[in-house]
Design a protein around this ligand. Structure first.
Ligand SMILES: [Mn+2]
Length: 350
């Protein structure tokens, strides 16, 4: 087991970490051969209080090194059942947010357009506009968005600009995304800007508060949210602001607001939504400079793992435990005997 130089999974404290030590794909033009792409989006010039989420991708990748690919409760092994690569980060230009937005849209549009599931490591929530734009362009059909947050993020401008408080206004107003397909979970407290509330109501977004979750329970909320997000849409994306989870569990974020979700509620909801299939997920507002023992980054990692596991469990991604393909891409990989097929040298190397 031990070799002179550390390669692969072990030891967990060692190595140059990609997400879950999944293979790094240097040539992004090959991304279409794979099913899932981890992509970092280190932009935080949209923050209006504490900056720091530009270090989110790095923080999440680093602490992801402590995970194995195996999920005990579901009996899923990501390395065996999913062809996933890490394509590194999108090139962000901090001095120019619009130029950065264009970079992000181009990158996500390309990945999604190749039929690949993007798992996006943010970044502050301003990226929610260019990622939605990229997903819509790449997917080419109507989408719904399930948005986890303590904040409403539907105001037109903040400090006169597009910031991390405005993504869903712009996603809805500039693109083909209907705010009626926007479900906003966890909104509440004393940091919800009234102009955003007004725009959200005007556009017809559906807000599910923490109180609603307490009253209705996770399964009922799952049903309600899926109905709204999927109504007339052909794909659904999860935009997960880590501040939707109580700051007692996820302190490292730009605008902490007490009274949020419990981690197990968030994990369960994401897994439930994933079972119906997703076209993308992003984890935003993880701010490692404010983290304690990596707990916030760790939750970001875990949420992505949950989204992948839920989709594999429901046959929407990857392979069965026996290695049988569950998707068109996996079937094609088997037929062509490509690098992604199980038992090929590339797979074995992982
Ligand atoms: Mn927020």
């Amino acid at each position: 087991m031990a070799s002179t130089f550390s390669r692969g999974e072990l030891p967990h404290f060692s190595g140059i970490n990609t997400f879950l030590k999944t293979p790094f794909l240097p040539d992004v033009r090959e991304v279409g051969e794979h099913e899932v792409a981890i992509v970092g989006c280190p932009l935080d010039t949209g923050t209006t209080y504490r900056p720091g989420p530009r270090f989110g991708p790095e923080g999440m990748r680093r602490i992801s090194g402590l995970y194995t690919p195996y999920y005990y409760e579901l009996g899923i092994d990501l390395r065996e059942q999913l062809d996933m690569v890490d394509v590194g980060d999108i090139f962000i230009i901090p001095a120019n947010i619009e130029k950065s937005f264009d970079q992000i849209t181009k990158a996500i549009e390309y990945i999604r357009g190749e039929g690949v599931f993007p798992a996006i490591l943010g970044g502050d929530h301003s990226i929610g506009f260019p990622t939605a734009r990229g997903l819509m362009n790449g997917f080419g059909k109507d989408i719904g968005v399930i948005h986890f947050d303590r904040h409403i993020d539907t105001q037109k401008t903040d400090l006169d600009e597009k910031m991390h408080t405005t993504p869903f206004y712009w996603a809805a107003h500039e693109m083909h995304f209907d705010m009626g397909n926007l479900v906003q979970i966890g909104i509440g407290g004393w940091q919800v800007p009234r102009p955003g509330v007004e725009e959200g109501r005007k556009g017809g977004s559906t807000v599910i508060t923490i109180g609603d979750i307490e009253e209705l329970g996770i399964e009922e909320v799952t049903k309600m949210a899926l109905e709204v997000a999927w109504d007339g849409a052909e794909g659904v994306h999860i935009s997960f602001d880590i501040d939707s989870i109580d700051p007692g569990f996820c302190p490292a974020t730009g605008w902490p607001e007490p009274g949020g979700l419990y981690p197990r509620e968030a994990l369960r909801l994401v897994r439930n939504f994933a079972r119906k299939g997703l076209i993308g997920i992003e984890i935003v507002e993880v701010s490692p400079p404010f983290d304690i023992a990596d707990i916030t980054s760790l939750m970001g990692v875990r949420l992505i793992c949950e989204a992948l596991a839920g989709q594999i469990e429901a046959g929407k991604l990857g392979r069965t435990r026996k290695g049988e393909p569950q998707t068109e891409k996996a079937r094609k990989a088997d037929e062509s005997g490509s690098a992604a097929a199980p038992g090929s040298p590339v797979t074995k190397e992982r």
